[in-house]
Write a protein that binds this ligand. Structure first.
Ligand SMILES: Nc1ncnc2c1ncn2[C@@H]1O[C@H](COP(=O)(O)OP(=O)(O)OP(=O)(O)O)[C@@H](O)[C@H]1O
Ligand SMILES: [Mg+2]
Length: 627
């Protein structure tokens, strides 16, 4: 019984962005991602952050003012000599709270505005970067990872910036203000209270390494969830047909459980700062109370108001101090997502336009392959391929599956660059051409049709925004699509769903043909463009394409004889090499030729059954007694 051998080593999961997790990262202020995210965002939003910081300074001083006022409140209420100051004290307290409230509002709104701008800017930046990438960039990256980087990465960039500002401006200023009040009233006791600081810092330090690990794991589990949901939506039919629900539900369960566990673990680690700080603060406060009972350290000279003001400042200092302690953990949590985002932003752009790029010269649209070598990863697909596709002629590219036909199209479209050699249009290498002139030169119907979730009209106009309605209808007629479009409830304005899911396979393909035709590019590439059409539709489309082919260089990849028959040239490609090239007649005349063998195998049997093929029309001739 045949058995598939398992290779000795499992295939490594290829993630070009994967970075080994460095648990011994440099101190936070030396972290390059943190510096970068802060540098970029603070520079971009400095005006807003300056306003927010000013508002925070007001909030901090009002908070300190509240603690300070405790002294007057208590003294005014308890000591007879302060009785006449009650109204002033009450007015000051009210003013402090009103000013604090307004400053708080300004701070929250301005911070949020800066934050939302950071998110939208980062998302635009990543998205524009994606648009400049070659197709191999997307081959090696899972879309879920990209989605996660665009969404979580940008949000994390915002969170980090806000955490830093909230902690090191708002909380630090508040803390300093309150410590100032404490020192003012009871300098010796204040130092005693501040002695817990180093212990707290030491305790939090122990949690950092663990939080770094957890946040990385949490992120990858989130990526898994997105991936499973995407695959389920896209592959729903296959899941049903092959009863794969259980498999997917198991995968999803694992992913959501992982995410939950890791988020929970992170929360646990983060929340550990609470009992730590609470206990330390409790000890500090208890100690102070004891000391005050013994009336030591100069307390005997203080009024009850002063002592209460000190205690209030001490109690109020606890919250900002606690937040400051967990700052590092919050930053760590978001750094994982930010570093993922930067890996994507830093991926080298492969298809850049050189500075001295020039437009492809206007002309007859000849395409040349000049010693082109190309492959995917380590696998070579085209090896030193040289060929010229004649201008304004129809060339059929034929050959066995996997031979490199679609790859040649990708090279002509400059979706990838050759490792060696050049592809040229009208004598100009594509590497030195401007992107605009390159895109204008070519149009494509690809092997797997992709349509946008929009109306038919919007889909058709993608290649030419300014096309008139008449142009659109003419293109739809070439693709034999006009009739079925008019039968749809909203005609050209019908929404076609995600990737045209409301349409049949053949209808989608005809929209794709119309879209390519409407672009009116001098070079039209058709990759099995009529494979989903029935024989009658195909014949109609073929005839109209032949009509518009005048003056256009058309290259057709086809497995069906009918498409090959209309070609001026036939090019047989196998194993990445052009093995035969000539007119159909010439290739058929080569008795031991490869194309001849393919022809015999693929079409002779049909000819035997249905009668011979009329080379000109591609139709089977009726069987007559002579043949
Ligand atoms: N993105 C990719 N990553 C790795 N290998 C690829 C990739 N795309 C194509 N290949 C490989 O390159 C070779 C040529 O593929 P190509 O798509 O050009 O073939 P083709 O001639 O168009 O075949 P078909 O007639 O089946 O469409 C195949 O062996 C294929 O496995
Ligand atoms: Mg192909």
């Amino acid at each position: 019984m045949a058995k598939i051998e398992t290779p000795p080593k499992a295939q490594p999961k290829f993630d070009p962005d994967a970075e080994p997790l460095d648990t011994k990262r440099p101190p936070l202020w030396k972290d390059k991602n943190l510096r970068r995210v802060l540098g970029a965002n603070l520079k971009q939003q400095w005006k807003r952050y300056a306003v927010a910081a000013a508002a925070m300074a007001v909030v901090a001083s009002m908070t300190a003012g509240t603690a300070y006022m405790m002294r007057f409140i208590v003294d005014a209420m308890t000591l007879p000599e302060y009785k006449d100051q009650v109204l002033t004290v009450a007015g000051a307290v009210a003013a402090i709270f009103i000013v604090k409230g307004i400053a708080n509002y300004v701070q929250v709104v301005v911070m949020a505005e800066a934050g939302f701008r950071i998110v939208s800017n980062q998302q635009t930046l990543i998205f524009n970067k994606l648009l400049r990438q070659s197709i191999d960039f997307f081959h090696y990256r899972e879309s879920s990872g990209i989605v996660l980087r665009v969404t979580r990465g940008a949000a994390a960039a915002r969170s980090i910036t806000e955490t830093v500002i909230n902690s090191y401006v708002r909380d630090l200023l508040t803390l300093l203000g309150l410590i100032g009040i404490m020192l003012y009233h009871q300098p010796v006791l204040s130092f005693a209270a501040l002695a817990v600081g180093p212990f707290a810092l030491f305790g939090v330090g122990g949690l950092i390494k663990r939080s770094r690990l957890l946040s990385n794991q949490e992120l990858s589990a989130m990526g898994d969830i997105i991936k499973i949901v995407q695959e389920t939506v896209a592959g729903f039919r296959i899941i049903k047909v092959f009863s794969a629900e259980r498999l997917l539900s198991e995968r999803m369960n694992k992913a959501v459980n992982d995410t939950r566990e890791r988020s929970l673990s992170f929360t646990r680690v983060n929340a550990l700062t609470s009992p730590m700080m609470d206990s330390l603060s409790g000890l500090a406060i208890a100690g102070i109370v004891c000391l005050s009972a013994f009336q030591v350290l100069g307390m005997e000279r203080s009024t009850p108001g002063e002592i209460l003001s000190f205690i209030t400042a001490l109690l109020m200092a606890y919250e900002p101090a606690k937040r400051l302690m967990s700052t590092r953990l919050q930053i760590e949590r978001n750094l994982a997502a930010v570093s993922g985002m930067y890996q994507l932003l830093d991926a080298p752009e492969t298809l850049t336009e050189p500075e001295d790029a020039t437009d492809i010269p206007e002309g007859t649209a000849t395409i040349q392959f000049n010693g082109v070598c190309f492959g995917y990863g380590k696998r070579t697909v085209l090896n030193d391929l040289t060929h010229t596709f004649p201008a304004q002629k129809i060339t059929a590219l034929v050959g066995p599956s996997g031979g490199g036909k679609s790859t040649m199209f990708s090279l002509m479209l400059r979706l990838v660059d050759p490792y060696q050699g050049d592809v040229l249009i009208n004598g100009q290498t594509l590497r030195s051409a401007t992107n605009t002139s390159l895109r204008k030169s070519l149009s494509l119907v690809s092997q797997d049709t992709f349509l946008f979730s929009a109306t038919i009209m919007e889909n058709l106009r993608i290649g030419r925004n300014d096309a008139t309605d008449d142009d659109v209808i003419a293109a739809a007629k070439v693709a034999n699509a006009h009739e079925f479009i008019m039968d749809l409830p909203y005609g050209y304005e019908t929404e076609i769903g995600e990737n045209g899911s409301f349409l049949s396979g053949g209808q989608k393909q005809r929209i794709a043909i119309a879209r390519a035709v409407l672009k009116r590019a001098p070079i039209l590439l058709l990759d099995e463009a009529t494979s989903a059409l029935d024989a009658t539709s195909e014949e109609l489309v073929r005839d109209s394409l032949e009509k518009i082919a005048k003056g256009v260089t058309m290259i057709v990849i086809a497995h069906r004889l009918s498409s090959i028959l209309t070609a001026d040239q036939v090019c047989y490609i196998e194993g990445g090499e052009i093995k035969e090239n000539g007119t159909l007649r010439e290739l058929l005349d080569k008795k031991d030729g490869l194309f001849r063998a393919l022809y015999d195998k693929q079409f002779r049997e049909a000819a035997m059954e249905y009668g011979p093929v009329d080379i000109k029309s591609g139709n089977f001739l009726a069987r007559t007694p002579e043949n």
